[in-house]
Design a protein around this ligand. Structure first.
Ligand code: 6CS
Length: 349
């Protein structure tokens, strides 16, 4: 009885405290008090997106003299990657790191990131293109804004590699291969072009699916393959570099538009500061965790570096997928892709 009364007292105290906090202006849109925002990522502590978001939150907190508090959420607690995008759109979270691979059925133009061998082999140059591209930062951004998603930066988490239960060095090796992909029709199409049989899955289900043979392989940057332990249930990792992994730092469009201009400026300044930080983070983690895979005797993984000729055979099969993109995605998508290709060519020559 005494115990129950104590619990009731605690509950009342918690209610009173939360009412005081609301009265002090600790809502998500500000007012006279603090700003309390949610920032959801598709990754977990120690992984690039989460560490990026945490650093972003720390910088904004400091810059605002403690006025801005961002709670960073790991992947898992708020549902699948697709659920997280929905939360961002509805304002359930204010900020999110979004992989375009999970918005393919909505912003079809964003699927261009799924095209293999589109970017260069020089990661620094790729990041410069992502930073400066008008096709992306103006025209593709405009497409996302129509869905209440404002991309603030496009940045890479590293080159993509394949892992498999067998070596994957020629398109023939992909015949009937059960490949896991993110949820984007164009990613599926890219693997169908090699003869594979792709399946869309959240990465939350990927380890078990690889272990049980539901899927036989997947693509990701090296840091993620190691940190999510996919190498434990895969015998081969191919250094294929068939694509780059692109993530977007995003904010809910309506929420951002309603913020005072000095707060908007602080956010945009932080986005700029984070560009080299994100690049350094992914480069360091990809290097370090490649070493960890190489020296892991408990779960040995054979690492196969594809030759230039082997990559060329994949590139030939991948090029027609651009026509599929142009036909399926429509005139605006075609223009964005063509402009991006011109920008990449200009940056390379
Ligand atoms: O493979 C995936 O779906 C996950 N890969 C990375 C590098 N980040 C999050 C994403 O959901």
């Amino acid at each position: 009885m005494i115990f129950k009364r104590k619990n009731i007292c605690l509950l009342v105290l918690a209610l009173v405290l939360s009412m005081v906090m609301v009265a002090c202006g600790s809502d998500s849109t500000g007012g006279e008090g603090t700003y309390n925002w949610k920032f959801v990522t598709e990754e977990q502590q120690g992984q690039v997106q989460y560490e990026y978001a945490q650093e972003f939150a720390n910088r904004l907190h400091e810059k605002s003299g403690g006025q801005i508090n961002m709670e960073v959420y790991e992947f898992g607690g708020l549902g699948s990657e697709v659920n997280q995008v929905e939360l961002l759109q509805s304002g359930g979270v204010e900020f999110a790191i979004v992989s375009p691979g999970f918005t393919g059925t909505m912003v079809s133009e964003g699927q261009l990131f799924a095209l293999h061998f589109l970017f260069t082999d020089d990661m620094e140059l790729n990041q410069k293109i992502l930073d400066e591209s008008e096709a992306l930062n103006v025209h593709l951004t405009d497409k996302y804004e129509q869905y209440n998603i404002k991309p603030l930066a496009y940045w890479t988490e590293g080159a993509m590699q394949w892992t498999g239960d067998r070596p994957l060095t020629t398109p023939e090796d992909f015949q009937g291969f059960k490949m896991r992909t993110q949820t984007s029709p164009l990613i599926l199409r890219s693997y169908e072009a090699y003869g594979a049989s792709p399946t869309e899955l959240s990465w939350g289900e990927l380890y078990t699916s690889l272990q049980q043979g539901v899927v036989q392989g997947q693509e990701n940057p090296i840091f993620f393959i190691e940190d999510a332990n996919f190498h434990e249930v895969q015998d081969y990792m191919m250094i294929s570099e068939h694509n780059i992994y692109v993530a977007m730092t995003t904010v809910n469009t309506d929420f951002f538009a309603d913020l005072p201009s000095e707060i908007q400026e602080m956010i945009l300044e932080t986005v700029e500061e984070m560009r080299p930080v994100a690049y350094e983070m992914q480069e360091r983690m990809n290097d370090e965790l490649l070493g960890a895979i190489e020296t892991n005797d408990r779960h040995p993984t054979e690492i196969i570096e594809l030759t230039a000729e082997q990559r060329e055979a994949f590139r030939e099969k991948a090029l027609p997928v651009r026509d599929f993109f142009i036909n399926e995605v429509g005139e605006d998508g075609k223009k964005i892709l063509e402009m991006l290709v011109e920008e990449i060519d200009a940056a390379t020559n």
